[in-house]
Design a protein around this ligand. Sequence first.
Ligand code: GLU
Length: 280
Amino acid sequence: MDRKTRLSGKNRIVVKIGSSSLTHKYTGYLNLNKVEKLARVLCDLRNQGMEVVLVSSGAGAVGRKTMGYMERPDDLPVKQALAAVGQAKLMMTYQKIFSEYNQVVAQILMTKTTMLNDNSRRNARNTFDELFKMGVIPIVNENDTVATHEIEFGDNDRLSAIVAAVIHADLLILLSDIDGLYEDDPKRDPEAEFIREVEEITDDLQEMGKETTGSTVGTGGMSAKIVAARMATDAGIDMVITNGEDVENIYRVLDGEQVGTLFLAHKNKDFDLIEYLTAY
Ligand code: GLU
């Protein structure tokens, strides 16, 4: 099936954006222009009748700037306190900007523990369903204030794949600071070949995705994105990594243009979300 046929007609979309795409590189402050453009595109998708979820990082980054921290602190309670400050501020910004387009948004904070619990997972799914019926855009992040190292998702790439699996999304789009997947780190090897489509996530491919975000604000890296791709595609969901520098890439992806790397869904009949949650 060609890309256009495959990607047109997607209805339930999860878009993930990371802290490094949301903030200015040198100052660390929120890139309001980017946030506005993102909100505009997502509202426009809603206007087209799509169901949209935004998975957004930035709690830690915004909290640090708000409280005057120049670096990421090591101390867990400090990190969590900063995330508590930052999450509220991040949502305030989203709410303000989305409301300019008359779009209601909702905050959903998830933890690994709640996702492992059948009841909580079902409740989360029901909440998403209800929000979709109401035409609301859920904005999801990890509940950083309660997640400790042992029980955290760790990065929002994985979290977005879990959200996509829980709500049976049609497509997961990861907005990255890179165009997609290369055969090698393009920062090291400028000749590295770009991979347009991945049919199967082999162990070699997993090896290839090295921890190279090149940023001090995000946590994902390419290997986390490949783990996310494994979860999403095993759950029967197509996934695309594309450059978040231009958020209109979301339109290009949905139009089936050759942007980003497309990971093809293949329903794995043994897919078990709980297994993924405990294994990664
Ligand atoms: N949940 C974290 C935050 O909002 C970010 C995790 C990530 O960067 O993937 O700050």
